[in-house]
Write a protein that binds this ligand. Structure first.
Ligand SMILES: NC(=O)c1ccc[n+]([C@@H]2O[C@H](COP(=O)([O-])OP(=O)(O)OC[C@H]3O[C@@H](n4cnc5c(N)ncnc54)[C@H](OP(=O)(O)O)[C@@H]3O)[C@@H](O)[C@H]2O)c1
Length: 233
């Protein structure tokens, strides 16, 4: 069984990667930083010697990078069982004052990344008549909030894409799940002065994915909305 996780070296993606390694999945992971990828690949292979790990530096904004990643996945593994479209960036701001190019940057990273990779891998999943796609949306996919800016636009769009995919794939044996987390400790919250318990742990999101994978083939969790116990920040 193969799980593909984008943005796997930090935060939520890293927690998902270790959780699925622990469940015995082979892994295909990516991020933009080759040193981080080497470190995580070595660590995974040491801790889980039975699994195969493909770690490829890939800028998920760039279609040619995504296609090279998918080509290598399809040449090295026989099945595509789990795809977690997790890579994403958050830049806060107001749509009318944020830095020029913020919308394009976040649409490319948070939406096109998932669209390119899913399209490249779907023929294999359709052929198998199985697979499970998780798109890492956000509470910002559902509600606008101050300083959400173009991040919120990109996450609304990713959620919309997820709903379209679900409709397209429900009779093809492929599950599609939108994950909509609230604030979760990760690299993107580094240096924020808040008590630990105010945010969720990245491992909470990993646990939700692991649990969703336990359901029978006749059940699909469509949306996972999860917030800190104390609510949104
Ligand atoms: N943390 C939260 O509170 C929260 C809440 C809701 C939703 N989310 C979503 O959850 C996902 C993960 O967030 P996180 O907080 O865990 O972020 P993070 O700690 O900043 O990690 C992001 C990961 O994505 C990679 N990445 C970023 N841009 C990339 C690109 N263009 N191509 C390939 N990899 C890329 C990063 O590695 P490199 O930088 O080395 O490429 C890193 O591995 C994102 O989609 C985010 O929007 C997060």
């Amino acid at each position: 069984m193969l799980a593909i996780i984008t943005g796997a070296t930090k935060g939520i993606g890293r927690a998902i990667t270790y959780s699925l390694a622990n469940k015995g999945y082979d892994l295909a992971i990516c991020s933009r930083n080759l040193r981080d990828l080497k470190e995580i690949k070595e660590d995974l292979e040491k801790k889980y010697p039975k699994i195969n790990v493909l770690a490829k530096d890939t800028d998920m904004r760039k279609k040619e990078d995504v296609l090279a990643f998918s080509k290598e996945i399809l040449s090295k593994f026989d099945t595509v069982d789990v795809l977690v479209n997790n890579a994403g960036v958050f830049i806060s701001g107001l749509t009318h004052t944020e830095e020029e190019g913020a919308l394009e940057f976040m649409i490319e990273t948070n939406l096109y990344s998932a669209y390119y990779l899913t399209n490249a891998l779907l023929p294999a999943m359709l052929n198998q008549h199985s697979g499970h796609i998780f798109n890492m949306c956000s509470i910002a996919s559902k509600i606008a909030y101050p300083n959400g800016g173009s991040y919120s636009i990109s996450k609304f769009a990713l959620y919309g894409y997820t709903k379209v995919l679900r409709e397209e794939l429900k009779d093809k044996g492929i599950k599609v799940t939108a994950i909509l987390p609230g604030a979760t400790w990760s690299h993107s919250w580094a240096g924020v002065d808040l008590p630990k318990e105010r945010l969720m742990e990245a491992n909470d999101i990993a646990l939700l994915i692991a649990n969703a994978l336990e359901l029978s083939s006749s059940a699909c969790i469509e949306d996972i909305i999860v917030r800190p116990q104390l609510g949104d920040l």
